[in-house]
Design a protein. Structure first.
Length: 576
């Protein structure tokens, strides 16, 4: 019966721990969604910047596995190269150590207090930001409560001689025991698919006095290797660079643990030197109160040291994983937005950063489409090849528009803040308007077909047309720059310019009809010229609508919502 009690108490504590980690992670993501998106967009070829990105994102989302899966997705989509990905992975390994410090706090003191404090914003606050902060605090409290429950479950094991005999080999202070513990930590983490959960179990075992300090640290080293399986599984079916990024993560952790194993006894002494309290001290109640801080520091120092050691050799690591993962001569791979076929497994903020990058690409294509159209119209002779290229550009924008819309609709199925939901709707609107602009550019190009034989556009009407075309495009460019530079638009200026273009378009058509009435142009040009002006006016209208969507996307406004009903809220997250 005692074994059954231990098992269900352990499973209950692990469930509370998982639930708390989910609450904490989702709350932090909702609060810091914009920060995560901007951090991801700031990635450059600078390896130190990449490490910083991985560190900050992982500290926020509390999962190195999620960060590395995100990196694999970005590499597969062509939004990040292999060297950048390795830098982010290095940072993620450091960032994940914050979990150890969180759970090394004395859980019996603060667990229930934090649960109570976290509940208050959900019951009384009308601010979405405070509600999600409360959710994060509640999650931390549940993590502590889960660890306390697991520690209580493990406590009887320290007096169970049969159990102690079964793990006696792992408890030895020799290299055989170290290697066995590392392999066990690796295997269990591969099975559980969560290094945070295994770290929690390891620290609960150590603080309960069931396993000694050196065994716990060895298990943690193995967990660093085991957590790489998540990214490797995510890379199945991805392109060659995504596979290399996943394997770089595994190689980095394997190399780091292998080097640490050589000096492991000295490493234990070094950690003991940094923290004055004895990790082997046993309190009167049988617990080991100081071992948690030693484990957390050992975890942090290992990942920090490995990153400092390998950072100068990022290019060599990239070359190594390229060599062990050769390109089999397959056809050149084209990056796609829907990198893994299931965007619901990605962070909302990371998905938004990815879609934002695709929107910028779409805008660039529309710009190239316009410039080609301008050359097509100004050319002395009709060139069908230029028209075919414009039509091809329009087809590409249709495909990107479809991919972005489908992708973001999937993303909206995930839990997120109201502000993030509004931003995603704005991104879908931006994609719609860009696709509409491309449609009217194509229409404008097709109208050139009517002037390829005897009819021509000359004189004042031609001059006005090109001036209007350039001004309309300057208006689009003014709006589009804010998408790239994340600048706040002056909507009063945008609206004023839009109205000016609208009045200009009406004036142009009236002037052209007046010239036709005077016999300057044949009557047949009236309809064509009117269609040309309407197409440009539509580009102006969709550019104006896009400006409103971009303003909403960059808005930092926080919506005020009704107080969150925690009962239904908890039920929504019960099966994560």
């Amino acid at each position: 019966m005692e074994a059954f009690t231990i098992i269900y108490t352990l499973l209950g504590g692990l469930g509370i721990f998982f639930f708390g980690m989910k609450f904490m992670s989702d709350g932090l993501q909702a609060v810091a969604g914009d920060v995560i998106r901007k951090i991801i967009n700031s990635i450059t070829s600078n390896r130190f910047m990449a490490v910083g990105v991985g560190l900050l994102v992982t500290c926020i989302i509390q999962s190195s596995s999620v960060t590395t899966v995100m990196v694999v997705g970005f590499v597969n989509a062509g939004l990040m190269n292999l060297t950048q990905a390795i830098g982010v992975i290095f940072g993620a390994n450091i960032g994940t150590t914050i979990t150890g410090w969180i759970i090394s706090v004395k859980v019996d003191k603060y667990g229930l207090l934090l649960i109570g404090l976290g509940f208050i914003p959900g019951l009384f606050s009308r601010s979405e930001k405070w509600q999600h902060l409360g959710k994060s605090v509640l999650g931390v409290g549940l993590v502590f409560l889960g660890l306390q429950t697991m520690s209580a479950a493990f406590a009887p094991l320290r007096e169970n001689q049969a159990f102690l005999d079964s793990i006696s080999y792992f408890s030895g202070e020799h290299y055989g025991a170290y290697i066995a513990s590392i392999m066990m930590g690796c295997l269990l983490t591969m099975i559980v698919q969560s290094s945070s959960a295994m770290l929690g179990i390891t620290m609960a075992l150590a603080t309960s006095g069931v396993i000694p300090y050196h065994t716990a640290v060895s298990l943690v080293l193995g967990e660093n290797i085991g957590t790489t399986i998540t990214a490797i599984l995510a890379s199945i079916g991805a392109n060659i660079n995504a596979k290399r990024a996943a394997r770089a993560h595994a190689c980095f952790n394997i190399f780091g643990v292998s080097l640490m194993l050589i000096i492991l006894p000295k490493y234990f002494e070094f950690i003991d030197y940094l923290i004055p309290h004895d990790p082997r001290f046993i309190a009167p109640d049988g617990t080991v109160p100081f071992v948690g801080h030693h484990i957390a520091l050992a975890h942090t120092m290992f990942n920090l040291s490995a990153t400092i050691l390998f950072l100068p050799f990022v290019n060599y690591l990239a070359a190594f994983v390229t060599k062990i993962t050769p390109d089999r001569g397959a056809a050149k791979e084209v990056p796609h937005l829907l990198v893994l076929g299931d965007p619901s497994i990605m962070l909302p903020a990371a998905s938004m950063a990815q879609a934002e990058s695709e929107l910028r690409k779409m805008k660039d294509i529309v710009e190239r489409m316009y410039k080609l159209n301008r050359d097509f119209w100004s050319a002395e002779s009709y060139d069908p090849k230029m028209l075919a290229k414009i039509v091809d550009y329009e087809r590409i924008t249709d495909n990107i528009h479809k991919e972005i819309t489908v992708f973001l609709c999937y993303v909206m199925e995930k839990p997120m803040s109201h502000h993030q939901s509004e931003q995603i709707q704005a991104m879908i609107k931006i994609a719609d308007e860009l696709e509409s602009v491309a449609d009217y550019i194509e229409r404008l190009a097709n109208y050139r077909d009517r002037f390829k034989n005897t009819e021509t556009l000359v004189g004042e009407s031609r001059t006005e047309f090109f001036n209007f075309m350039d001004d309309v495009w300057n208006f689009f460019d003014l709006v589009g720059k804010s998408l790239v530079d994340s600048e706040v638009l002056d909507m009063s200026l945008i609206e004023s310019k839009s109205n000016e273009l609208q009045l200009w378009a009406d004036s142009m058509r009236e002037k052209h009809l007046d010239r036709i009435s005077k016999g300057v142009y044949p009557p047949v040009t009236a309809l064509t010229y009117s269609d040309m002006v309407v197409a440009l006016r539509k580009i102006r209208a969709h550019s104006f609508l896009m400006a409103g969507a971009i303003e909403n996307f960059h808005s930092k406004h926080e919506s005020v919502k009704e107080p969150l009903r925690w009962g239904s809220f908890i039920l929504n997250y019960m099966f994560f």
